[in-house]
Write a protein that binds this ligand. Structure first.
Ligand code: GLN
Length: 487
């Protein structure tokens, strides 16, 4: 455990708060001071409001003093990716289009965190409209990786992973459409959980690709992920894809669910293109589970080679539709030069969106257009079904799959200029979104040059309890999460 408050876990801080060894105001002050000290080098935040955070912390302390603590998140500073709505706070999606937009309402996850007593702290940088894998597509400038600020923190939720790794928050939320929680978690050496599609409400999340988007936590430990997931999961009538399910006690399941488990190793995930140091670290994680009596089986996900293409048809199609609402009329950036309505739309969108967002809208409009719909969109939907069947087939024999999270460690800011090179960052994460599955990235080592490596565990639908228990068993026997970037 770190002696620095801002590097400690929710579980540990909640115990200290309950024991009155610490107040939320002290903790929040420590996080604010740390943020002020490191932000010039990291730039994880688009905005934050110190006075508002301290007022929330004081309210939390008053609740605890009155014996009315709301639980382990009461008084804990949690940062939200700048695509999740908080009443009265800016909501930009890291886009010029929404630069001056202030949210009039709370996302459901925000309401739930408020009910749990969390101190909502800051708006975290990301790729514009969550499109990217490096946070370099933000209209407000890139975020640095705390392990080496000349490198990317991953993306699109790079502000969420970097802020946590740098001690600028105790936990954060991100969104994951094709890997945007797991990949930045891996590149920053923290835990990132993408829940089953439908477990966490998307109401109040700026939509990118609605059949893939899911909100989830970044935390220092698997136990903290279980705590945050328990607070944000659950049915919401305002999200029509939200699932009616009893939410179990994920934290209790960490120790009540015991192995040995059967783990599948998809052979397609260890092919050419995987960094050898990452392969070695993940193989060590496999060997660990084997040493604990788990049965390790090679499995095949034969349609893996089509995941990237399928994703970039479906995600761009949905994005082109979702982003049509930014017309410069109802909200967002409005051009000063338009002469009539159509001209205002065109200029506002041309000025407000960055190049990657435009590329996706054009691609998505193309695959949905008459004459191409069947050849691209409809076909991609069929391949998506095959990809999901691959996973469900594998799950007949195993409890979870173990893979690398990212094929490469954090790369230099500016290194990958070609969009296709960036799209390849997600080859191990995208299939999970297409299949709607839960998956978690846990730290599993460092490269020789000191960059974090993540292993991904992919679980069966709705079996987060099991997935978290499997991840926890690994984490308990290793001390990766007790290492912090020094700068
Ligand atoms: N990197 C992928 C993309 O650019 C995934 C992004 C995400 O999960 N939001 O679309």
């Amino acid at each position: 455990m770190s002696s620095k408050l801002y590097f400690r876990t929710i579980a540990d801080l909640a115990a200290a708060l309950d024991a009155k060894q610490l107040s939320s105001v002290e903790l929040t002050q420590a996080v604010i001071a740390r943020t002020q000290a490191v932000e010039p080098r990291i730039h994880a935040f688009n905005s934050f409001d110190e006075a508002d955070a301290l007022a929330q912390a004081a309210a939390s302390d008053a609740r605890r003093a009155a014996g009315q603590s709301c639980g382990p998140l009461d008084g804990i500073p949690i940062g939200l990716k700048d695509v999740i709505a908080v009443t009265g706070q800016p909501l930009t999606a890291s886009s010029k289009m929404l630069k001056d937009f202030v949210s009039p309402y709370d996302a459901t996850v925000t309401t739930k965190l408020k009910k749990a007593g969390a101190v909502l702290w800051g708006r975290l940088n990301c790729d514009e409209f969550a499109m990217g894998s490096s946070t370099e597509n933000s209209a407000f400038g890139p975020t640095g990786n705390p392990w080496d600020p000349t490198r990317v923190p991953g993306g699109s939720s790079g502000g969420s992973s970097a802020a946590l790794a740098a001690g600028e928050a105790i936990a954060t939320l991100g969104s994951d459409t094709g890997g945007s929680i797991r990949q930045p978690a891996a590149l920053c050496g923290v835990v990132g959980l993408k829940p089953t599609y439908g477990l966490v409400s998307r109401f109040g999340l700026i939509a990118f690709a609605s059949s893939l988007d899911q909100i989830g936590p970044f935390t220092r430990t698997v136990e903290d992920a279980a705590i945050v997931l328990g607070a944000i999961a659950g049915h919401d009538e305002r999200d029509s894809t939200s699932f009616q399910a009893e939410i179990p006690d994920y934290r209790a399941a960490l120790t009540s669910q015991r192995g040995p488990w059967k783990l599948g190793i998809p052979k397609e995930y260890f092919a050419a293109g995987l960094d050898p140091e990452i392969a070695t670290a993940v193989e060590k994680a496999i060997a660990f589970y084997q040493s604990q009596g788990c049965e390790i089986r090679e499995v095949s996900l034969p349609h893996t080679q089509y995941c990237l293409d399928t994703y970039y048809v479906i995600a761009t199609a949905e994005a082109s539709s979702n982003l049509s609402r930014y017309d410069g009329i109802r909200y967002g950036h409005r051009s000063a030069v338009g002469k009539d309505a159509v001209d205002i739309y065109a200029h506002s969108r041309a000025e407000g969106f960055g190049p990657e967002v435009k590329r996706r809208i054009i691609l998505g409009t193309y695959v949905l257009s008459s004459g191409y719909y069947d050849a691209y969109y409809l076909r991609a939907q069929k391949v998506r079904t095959l990809i999901r069947q691959d996973f469900l087939h594998a799950f007949r024999d195993v409890d979870a799959l173990l893979t690398p999270t990212s094929p490469m460690p954090a790369f230099k800011i500016g290194e990958k200029a070609d969009p296709l090179a960036l799209y390849l960052c997600d080859i191990y994460t995208i299939g999970v979104n297409l299949a709607g599955l839960p998956a978690i990235s846990v730290p599993c080592g460092f490269t020789k040059s000191g960059l974090p490596i993540g292993a991904q565990l992919i679980g069966q639908p709705w079996k987060e309890s099991n997935l978290l228990a499997i991840a926890h068993a690994y984490e308990r026997a290793h001390d990766w999460s007790a290492q912090f970037p020094i700068f």
